[in-house]
Design a protein around this ligand. Structure first.
Ligand SMILES: *Cc1c(COP(=O)(O)O)cnc(C)c1O
Length: 465
């Protein structure tokens, strides 16, 4: 399989180069030249299979012959072997025609473990084969950092530096990162905000000498391999229900819901994809108006969606415009300059063929968490609640089952869940001692020089060891 940039000016790459590149050279995002289609019997064949077997069937055509079949199969199997639930991605019935796809049984309790556990292994495999090392640097406001750390801990060819805003993430989120005891993991608490962290990361990447010296790399959500590794849970859930379905997906960066769109391209009988937004509702406003317009970020009870720029939307735009890369590049340039761009009616109509969207504020989020608890006895996290609300609001055909994506374990956001229900969700036994484990982190000022000196010193020690 070959991969092209949404902006049309970057080299066409194979799977491994796409994996290691992350962002394309022209600022665009890589997508496959075409989407492989699974036949009806292939789809039905995903039913009742162990998660890793279903995932391998979905992923293999995207990888092609670049990775030996047995090596790929082993990586996929290992990725999900340590998950807490035997089904890995269980589909639970919440009510008549309403299902919850629980994607929070991985090591860090959010759906990000599903793609990142595999991407970490793919990275290590590609680097080992090439005899290369990289330094992964990233900023996190919570879930991505811990999922990346768990996926990359103890990997031979990778050092990982994750910046988080000091004192501004939840204690569960911080401890999931700082209590990981691995020599290649380095946590930095920055005396500043999440935006400060992200700016520091961008500055380090922009420094060509520093970037080349330490071979900086990223595993953020614009990496194609992450999208690819999310398609399996959509396809497998469809196969399990065995007919047409709708999905409701709480969205920040548009990554997860785009994976649903990919699953549909591959043949999944998905008739509707509903986008759930919190107060940061740039995507819902776009679906209503056809105008993508940046606003300030508001902090909410669903912090993984406190995002304004939904980077992965560029991939959908590329498809809505029949892969007209020049048109995408123009729109993105306009968005960067004026923080706004608009699409025509035809484009919006094409989007409405499959997508709908709804927003929910924090009060509404707590109300939905309480309602679901009272009706079913299940505790759900705030992100999942936003998705369920959107799904119920926008549902087109009540006869078609609606699958809400459960993106985080309720115990990751215990305060919001307790405020809504009076019941405090418990961490899985594996994490029961999280609050007594030793933490490792460096607190640094929001200064580029301090950051670089720290990274240089840590890597020198690693190199000498
Ligand atoms: C990252 C995240 C989301 C948003 O996913 P996108 O791919 O950015 O749309 C939703 N819920 C949780 C819990 C997350 O960690």
């Amino acid at each position: 399989m070959r991969y092209v940039s949404t902006r049309g000016k970057a080299p066409i790459l194979g799977f491994e180069d796409t994996l290691l590149a992350g962002l394309a050279e022209d600022g665009g995002l890589y997508v496959p030249e075409s989407y492989p289609r699974l036949g009806d019997s292939d789809l039905a064949g995903l039913r009742g299979r162990p998660y890793h077997e279903a995932a391998l069937r979905v992923i293999a055509p995207f990888v092609g012959d670049e990775i030996a079949a047995d090596a790929l199969a082993r990586m996929v199997r290992d990725s999900y072997a340590g998950f807490d639930h035997p089904d890995v991605a269980p589909l639970k019935k919440l009510g008549e025609g309403l299902y919850l796809l629980e994607l929070f049984h991985g090591p860090t309790l959010s759906f990000k473990d599903y793609p990142l556990q595999l991407v970490g292994r793919l990275f290590d495999h590609a680097l080992a084969r090439r005899g290369e090392r990289v330094t992964v640097i990233g900023a996190t406001s919570g879930d991505t950092g811990s999922a990346a750390i768990e996926a990359l801990r103890d990997r031979a060819a990778v050092d990982v530096f994750i910046l988080h805003p000091h004192g501004r993430i939840s204690e569960v989120q911080r401890r999931q990162m700082t209590t990981v005891d691995a020599a290649n993991i380095h946590n930095i608490a920055v005396e500043g905000t999440f935006d400060d962290c992200q700016d520091l990361v961008k500055e380090m990447f922009a420094d060509a000498r520093f970037r080349a010296e330490f071979r900086l790399s990223a595993v953020n959500s614009i990496n194609w391999a992450r999208i690819m590794a999310q398609a399996p849970f959509y396809l497998r859930a469809c196969a399990q229900l065995g007919g047409r379905v709708a999905f409701a997906v709480p969205t920040g960066n548009f990554g997860n819901v785009f994976a649903g769109w990919v699953a549909r391209c591959m043949g999944a009988p998905i008739v509707q994809l509903v986008i759930g937004s919190n107060r940061n509702d740039i995507l819902t406003r776009f679906v209503e108006s056809g105008v993508m317009q940046l606003q300030d970020v508001t902090l909410t009870l669903s912090p993984a969606m406190d995002i304004q720029v939904s980077s992965n939307f560029e991939r959908l735009l590329f498809e809505l415009w029949d892969r007209d890369a020049a048109r995408v590049a123009d729109a993105m340039e306009k968005f960067r300059k004026s923080t706004e761009f608009a699409v025509d009616r035809k484009t919006l109509e094409r989007m409405h063929e499959i997508f709908d969207a709804a927003r929910l504020d924090d009060e509404g989020t707590k109300r939905v968490i309480r309602e679901i608890y009272e009706a079913t006895g299940e505790l759900i996290d705030p992100h999942t609640a936003v998705g369920i609300h959107a799904g119920r609001t926008c549902r087109r055909d009540p006869a078609i089952p609606l699958i809400a994506i459960g993106t985080a374990h309720p115990a990751k956001f215990p305060d919001a869940v307790e405020a809504a229900t009076g019941k405090r969700p418990q961490l899985p036994p594996r994490l029961a001692d999280l609050f007594t484990r030793e933490e490792r982190l460096a607190v640094l000022p929001k200064e580029l020089k301090a950051m670089k000196d720290f990274i240089r010193a840590r890597l020198a020690v690693r190199g000498a060891a």
